[in-house]
Design a protein around this ligand. Sequence first.
Ligand code: NAD
Length: 296
Amino acid sequence: MAIIIDGKKISTLIKEEIKNQVEKIISKGGRAPHLAAVLVGEDGASLTYVSNKVASCKQVGFKSSLINLPYEIKEEKLLREITRLNNEKEVDGFIVQLPLPKHIDEDKVLLAINPKKDVDGFHPTNFGKMALNMETFVSATPYGIIELLKRYDIDTNGKHTVVIGRSNIVGRPISILMSRKAKLGNSTVTVVHSRTKNLKFFTNNADIIISALGVPNFLKANMVKNGVVIIDVGITRVKDLNKRKGYVLKGDADFESVKEKASYITPVPGGVGPMTIASLLQNTLKAYKINFEGSK
Ligand code: NAD
């Protein structure tokens, strides 16, 4: 029976640590770190994610701004807004909530963000630094996963880690981090994806599985070995008319069956999800230290 990794508890601890640091800054006469979030359109899920990020800023004493732009906004106008945020002295870091409407080139927007304010860690400069094991903003979800492994003292050295999914925001970066020459790394990493043949062969040989594909209940008990560590990143809304919201959140793992074989497992919700926001706040505090304190 697995130990349930409590992402909610760890994220609360991290927020407490950040709050203490902010209180120290303010008591010395400094200003609060400031995170801005750009949201284009009114997609329900995106609005929820951004609102949670803004609410978390409040909890730790950060200033936050939500810039909600209309869905029809022209690309040039959005790029002008990015330039404004790049130059705004009192904004330490900002994020552009994805996905963007189809008529906007996401890569162009990403490249327009000043890497020093890119607290999502999506800019190629920051992604490259992460891959080279240099100091940078590691994107929030992979950063949160590393933090969970660290705080639960899970040994990754020499272990076989299988990452399911190769997206730029989760699968790819976490596969790089897990193979780095670092205490929280030194894993032998296999990345499996939609074109992998006999995926089960790889998962059955994994000591650690990090699943980021977004298919509910994909990972079944017959796909994992005894003692495996399962980090379930997937979050899918599954229709459930018995719930007030009309849906439940499901991870990629068939939680009830795999938890009997795993040594550690993250639940959904309450596992990786809360860590993503905590990591974003950690990156914002770092940006504040680089941009504001560093410029004094
Ligand atoms: P994505 O859609 O960009 O990528 C999914 C990946 O899964 C792809 O690389 C694809 O090759 C792979 N895949 C799809 N079907 C597969 C299959 N049948 N077998 C093997 N591989 C398959 O997704 P993403 O943005 O990385 O997100 C993945 C999941 O993680 C989603 O459910 C998303 O909501 C969730 N997510 C959670 C957080 C968090 O904070 N917890 C953050 C980001 C993403």
